[in-house]
Ligand binder design. Structure first.
Ligand code: N01
Length: 537
């Protein structure tokens, strides 16, 4: 049911945009704080990323017991994750459960998109406009719009001419898709494409993977959680959560005690092999110097390459699957189930678009510069305008004529990733300037929402109408962010972290890579000093 439309004179305390992981918790906390709040969500229900990305094989790469809320011990006790890495349906079921358990749904307007938000300096209020013309006046706006929620439709010649079915992993239909007997083409080999491909290959008559850039992927080694593990997790949950709150990536991880460059070749091999067998993204953190020292990174890269060559039977295909353009882990390392093995199937073909680019999408399929591929279904797993796309696509206008899309044309500038100079009372969650995509999103979300609620409470308690980051504070934070990133190898990859996957987007490393624990401390310090860096009026 949609939330009621307010009268034009009513001024709410808060509008929350988005009902994903962040929006759900923000709504829970806003109601707990007694705020007059309404939420707006483009999807027909809660879930955000997990509502839209229903493609076969969609799974989280953070362990299920960590990728969940920690704010209520009773919720933790009542929910049982079945597998080490949860599937999209299980995560969506969890978020549905949370929304129902705390009766949050009725506070959201579903199926509606925010098109504009304009700040009135004299009244210290935002007017938030929805695509059906509804307007909400509010003191604060919280953008829980997601960091990977603005999908990219590639600009391929003839894309609209294709006569078969076109599917996007990021907007997968809610009804089951029957691929049996179909010739499927997949464009995109990031996390989404690599997760989906092995399952599509099992279902379809044939799968042709059109790869522009190869990506590193590590086996997830997903498995059911045993009863003993479930019990142990329950017993140690509070300690596990507390440690996660200050961990570099918002969930537990360790690296080898020594640097990769300090140990023997045998020791390195043992450590990499142990991580490869353990499975998951932590392969990228086997050694502490792997993301900052090219020599250490090369060791990890060579290990992964040998694995690819050992699994994939056709040497040319193996070679094509080995990335040549970035240090391992500097683009989001993928976790897969049977991806390299899939290329040993008779019904799977890899097309290396670097060698043979797509010339045209036609009614019957895809034409590269040396071959034609007849297809019934085209699947696009072509990524997102990450971190900024969902925000800049809204007509966001702050104080003194500031327009967000213009302010960020030269790269996003934020204060702690939570506020933007020129935009009083606007709170951005999980966006640029914060650890965001580099941290466990559930721990990150709780930290940011809690911080934002403290700010709102402080303003209400002190009769403050406007809270706006100072320009110099935002510049300093953004400069710091850049300096930290420059000390890593991440800036060497043309990744979506850098905005490199969007034509014309300024290349700059957008998330904060100084560690989630450090970030939390920085935010706490600002709060504890009465919001230093903010102008409060
Ligand atoms: O998107 P991507 P994604 N012609 O941007 C290709 C999270 N996630 O949805 O690299 C041909 O990584 C593009 O090629 P190139 C995770 O953080 C997590 O897969 O630009 N190809 C690339 O191969 C992840 O990193 C999970 O040369 C074109 C692909 O499309 C993030 O979301 C699961 C093209 C896009 O890859 C994004 O992942 C899924 C064109 N015109 C997602 N345009 C898990 O938790 C683009 N491509 C496991």
């Amino acid at each position: 049911m949609n939330a009621p439309t307010p009268t034009s004179s009513e001024v709410r305390d808060l509008v929350i945009v988005g009902a994903g992981l962040a929006g759900i918790y923000a709504m829970y906390r806003a109601l707990e704080e007694g705020l007059g709040v309404v939420g707006v969500e483009a999807g027909e229900s809660v879930g955000g990323t997990w509502y839209w990305n229903r493609y076969p094989g969609a799974r989280c790469d953070v362990e299920s017991v960590d990728y969940s809320y920690s704010f209520d011990r009773e919720l933790e006790k009542d929910w049982r994750w079945t597998e080490r890495f949860a599937t999209q349906p299980e995560i969506l079921a969890y978020l549905d459960h949370v929304a129902d358990r705390y009766d949050l749904r009725r506070h959201f307007a579903f199926g509606r998109r925010v098109t504009a938000a304009h700040f009135d300096e004299r009244a210290s209020t935002w007017t938030v406009t929805l695509d059906d013309g509804t307007r909400h006046r509010t003191r604060f706006v919280m953008m829980a719009t997601g960091c990977l929620s603005a999908p990219i439709r590639p600009d391929l010649p003839g894309i609209d001419d294709f006569a078969g079915a076109t599917l996007f992993t990021a907007q997968w239909p809610t009804e089951p898709v029957d691929l049996a007997g179909k010739r499927v083409g997949l464009i995109g080999t990031g996390s989404s494409g690599i997760q989906a491909a092995p399952i599509i290959a099992e279902q379809a008559q044939s799968l042709t993977v059109f790869q522009r850039s190869a990506n590193y992927t590590v086996p997830a080694r997903n498995r059911p959680l045993t009863e003993a593990e479930q019990q142990e997790i329950q017993e140690t949950y509070p300690q596990r959560r507390e440690a996660s709150r200050y961990a570099p990536a918002g969930s537990l991880s360790t690296t080898h005690a020594q640097k990769a460059t300090e140990v023997s070749a045998e020791e390195r091999e043992r450590a990499f092999e142990a991580r490869w067998q353990e499975g998951g993204v932590l392969f990228a953190k086997t050694f502490p110097d792997q993301s900052s020292d090219l020599v250490a990174n090369d060791y990890a890269r060579e290990f992964a390459e040998a694995k690819i060559r050992a699994i994939v039977q056709d040497p040319q295909v193996a070679d094509d699957l080995i990335p040549k353009d970035h240090p391992i882990g500097t683009k989001r390392i993928v976790t897969d189930t049977g991806y390299y093995e899939m290329y040993n199937r008779d019904n799977v073909e890899l097309v290396n678009l670097r060698r043979h680019p797509i010339e045209q999408v036609t009614a019957w399929g895809i034409k590269t510069d040396d071959a034609s591929y007849e297809l019934d279904v085209l699947v696009f797993a072509t990524g997102f305008d990450a971190l900024t796309g969902a925000l800049t696509s809204i007509d966001l206008r702050g104080a003194r004529g500031a327009v967000l899309a213009e302010e960020w044309a030269d790269g996003p500038e934020t204060y702690l990733g939570l506020g933007v100079a020129g935009f009083p009372n606007l709170i951005t969650l999980n966006g640029p300037g914060s650890p965001s995509v580099l941290a466990n999103m559930s721990t990150h979300t709780e930290q940011q929402v809690d911080w934002a609620m403290d700010l709102i409470r402080y303003c209400r308690a002190h009769g403050i109408d406007q809270a706006e980051p100072r320009r110099d504070a935002a510049e300093k934070w953004t400069e710091h962010l850049g300096e930290v990133a420059e000390g890593t190898l991440f800036v060497k990859a043309a990744s979506w972290y850098m905005g490199a996957n969007v034509e014309g987007k300024k290349r700059t490393f957008m998330p904060y890579i100084g560690g989630f624990g450090n970030y939390r401390r920085a935010c706490d310090e600002v709060r504890d000093t009465g919001y230093e860096g903010y102008v409060l009026t």
